[in-house]
Ligand binder design. Structure first.
Ligand code: FRU
Length: 469
């Protein structure tokens, strides 16, 4: 069942992505990792590097639990100006900022690397922030050029607030402000991210995006606003947006220092209802595909949209382009394909006349996962109730529904399927649905269905995906 195109740990347990940073031709990916077992514990940072965000090379554990302090989630930055003094004057140091978790306290700590992330030294005067809280964690740091300082955003998890601290050198921090609650606050808040984005087609309009995850409920949510170097304020007229309407897109983090200015993130495809219980075989945990994040002005206001990065196209095998407008003809062409472990599909259709339209992933032996477009209701859903192994958690067998808020025709749908993951993107990425599925056998055949009338298929393509290993 190991996914072909999604990142998984070589062995043992993985949850959040950590320390995503680019330096000298390499994308670094660290992750919450238990080096000693297949469930959460002894949290450390696993490590991998890639030149294209698609093919990953596994490296040794970078930061380990020590003296009863676990290495919880955090980020990494390139200290270009050597503000920390950790550099050797030749290559800028990488600095990791993470939460130290002990029985009694959560504090913010730093570590540095002078050899392109291969070896790490924990700062001797850790912690750099300690406020006497057990619920203060998950630092994400960004360089704020207008105020010439590093900004750290963390969560005060049980208070449903994010906290901002500023520093000239990543070592000495000053508390700037707190912000929140906003949106959903029915679970602890975790893993904030903060970044500016230029609105598509409006080169002069920059908006700051603040993301937090709400544990066991809606997952990632974003709020749009401005950050002035001390305080975050919400853009009038904007709404809090749920990032993904599936249930397996948690703790997303964006890369720091991408060479081309793209904002790219990925997330842990699981959640804390069953993160320790998913079927495993020596490893547990999978990340979403890396997604480029953009901001778009739409008829219903400002929206965050995400698309799988174009680098993933390198994995496409021969393309099946189905040149028909009718579902039966499309199904004849699709039925000629062998069941596939991993595939990408693009579909555009005019639903006029139909009540419900869907894509069926048939996993054999009576197992299936459906993506269903309810035309009248204006929703898109993923139904994994009969997707295979579902009995490891009462929260797993379920139907997850997304409102298609933008309206308008035709419907376009991009779907990435791997042995145990489905990620659907509608309306040019403004609506995302990401779910785990565990079909026995891990294979998928594809067909379409419609109820209440025949829609018109405007375009349909399918690509088998080759293993990224
Ligand atoms: C989110 C989280 C973080 C924490 C980490 C511990 O999944 O709970 O808040 O830092 O996992 O592994």
């Amino acid at each position: 069942m190991r996914p072909l195109i999604h990142f998984t740990p070589p062995q043992n347990f993985m949850n959040d992505p950590n320390g995503l940073v680019y330096l000298a031709g390499e994308y670094h990916l660290f992750y919450q990792h238990n080096p000693f077992g297949e469930t959460w514990g002894h949290m450390s940072w696993g490590h991998a590097v890639s030149r294209d965000l698609v093919h990953w090379e596994h490296l040794p554990v970078a930061l380990s639990e020590e003296d009863g302090v676990m290495v919880f989630s955090g980020c990494a930055v390139v200290d270009h100006a050597n503000s920390s003094g950790f550099g050797d004057g030749l290559t800028p140091p990488l600095v990791a900022i993470y939460t130290g978790h002990s029985e009694t306290e959560q504090t913010q700590n730093i570590a540095y690397s002078r050899d392109l992330g291969r070896t790490w030294t924990k700062y001797s005067d850790n912690p750099v922030i300690a406020i006497g809280s057990r619920e203060h964690r998950d630092p994400k740091v960004v360089w704020h050029a207008p105020s010439q300082q590093w900004i750290m955003v963390t969560v005060l998890a049980d208070r449903h607030q994010v906290r901002f601290d500023g520093s000239p050198d990543l070592i000495h921090w000053e508390h700037l402000s707190d912000f929140g609650p906003f949106g959903a606050a029915d679970g602890v808040w975790e893993c904030p991210d903060l970044f500016p984005l230029v609105v598509e087609g409006h080169p002069d309009e920059t908006v700051w995006v603040l993301k937090v995850d709400v544990c066991r409920t809606v997952g990632a949510q974003v709020v749009f606003g401005d950050f002035d170097g001390a305080r975050f304020s919400v853009r009038p007229g904007t709404e809090v947006q749920r990032v993904d309407h599936g249930v397996d897109f948690y703790a997303a983090q964006s890369w720091s220092d991408t060479p081309d200015g793209r904002r790219i993130w990925l997330a842990w495809m699981s959640n804390w209802h069953y993160g320790n219980a998913t079927p495993s075989a020596g490893w547990r945990g999978v990340f979403s595909v890396p997604r480029e994040v953009v901001l778009r002005e739409t008829p219903v206001g400002l929206r965050l949209a995400q698309r799988p990065i174009t680098e993933l196209r390198a994995l496409r095998g021969g393309r099946l382009r189905v040149n028909v407008s009718d579902i039966d003809d499309a199904n004849t062409a699709l039925a000629a394909l062998e069941p596939l472990p991993a595939l990408e599909m693009a579909l555009r259709l005019d639903p006029t006349g139909a009540r419900r339209i869907g894509v069926r992933f048939d996993h054999g032996a009576g197992q299936e996962t459906l993506i269903v477009y309810d035309v009248a209701g204006g929703t898109l859903a993923i139904d994994r109730r009969r997707s295979g192994v579902v009995d490891f958690s009462e929260h797993f067998p379920a139907l997850h529904v997304a409102p298609l808020a933008l309206g308008g025709l035709p419907l376009d749908l991009e779907i990435f399927v791997d042995t145990c993951t489905i990620e659907g993107f509608a309306q040019a990425g403004a609506v995302a649905l990401s779910d785990l599925v565990f079909p026995r056998g891990g294979l998928h055949s594809v067909s379409l269905f419609a109820e209440g009338g025949d829609p018109t298929i405007e375009a349909l393509s399918l690509w088998p995906l080759a293993p990224a290993a």
